[in-house]
Design a protein around this ligand. Structure first.
Ligand code: SF4
Length: 183
């Protein structure tokens, strides 16, 4: 099977690619993450992935447009429900690209993260699969999350400190912001 694997970041890709290869899946990585802010963080994650992919001979397809304005339009009206739009946009774009490029199926490294809403992700991927007309190949990568993060640290890969969007960056500092606002 030829699989287009959407990759959110290099650390999350380690075990996902390894598991796919163990199943003899011919995997190609796909970079499309307009949710990552600011641009310096986007570049840091992208550069890390490019270097890592080269080191394991993983072919990459890269979406040339960053897509920042598009992403902000999707989430700005309702930041509290942003993840659903973020998942949908990235999975739908991946599915369409997979179909256009003649892949058999698509998936995402988002399926490794215990921090993402896995039920929502899966439901959206299945919906997108039907709409676009391409197979969604589900593997529950979560059992490999901790090992993947440790391997990333051992390899000296850049590890991000927040999910990606500016709202998640705010959440990272929420306690500090609250303290400052009280002073
Ligand atoms: S918290 Fe993460 S998944 Fe949710 S919208 Fe922000 S970047 Fe996307």
């Amino acid at each position: 099977m030829k699989l287009l694997l959407h990759i959110c970041c290099a650390p999350c890709s380690i075990m996902c690619v390894e598991q796919c290869r163990k199943e003899a899946i011919d995997v190609v990585g796909y970079w499309y993450n307009p949710n990552i802010h600011p641009a310096t963080e986007y570049m840091a994650r992208f550069e890390t992935l490019k270097d890592y992919a080269a080191s394991i001979s993983l072919p990459l397809i890269v979406e040339s447009d960053y897509g920042l304005r598009h992403f902000l339009k999707l989430v700005a009206d309702n930041p509290d429900d942003r993840c659903r739009h973020c998942y949908r946009d990235r999975l739908e774009t991946t599915a369409k690209r997979a179909k256009a490029e003649g892949f058999d199926a698509f998936s995402s490294t988002l399926f490794i993260s215990p921090y993402q809403a896995q039920d929502v992700l899966k439901e959206i991927a299945e919906t997108v699969s039907k709409e676009v007309g391409i197979l969604f190949h589900y593997i529950d990568f979560r059992p490999y999350f901790r090992e993947g993060q440790q391997r990333a640290r051992d390899c000296g890969l850049y590890l991000q400190k927040y999910c990606g969007c500016v709202y998640s960056e705010e959440e990272r500092y929420q306690k500090k912001l609250n303290r400052m606002n009280r002073e």
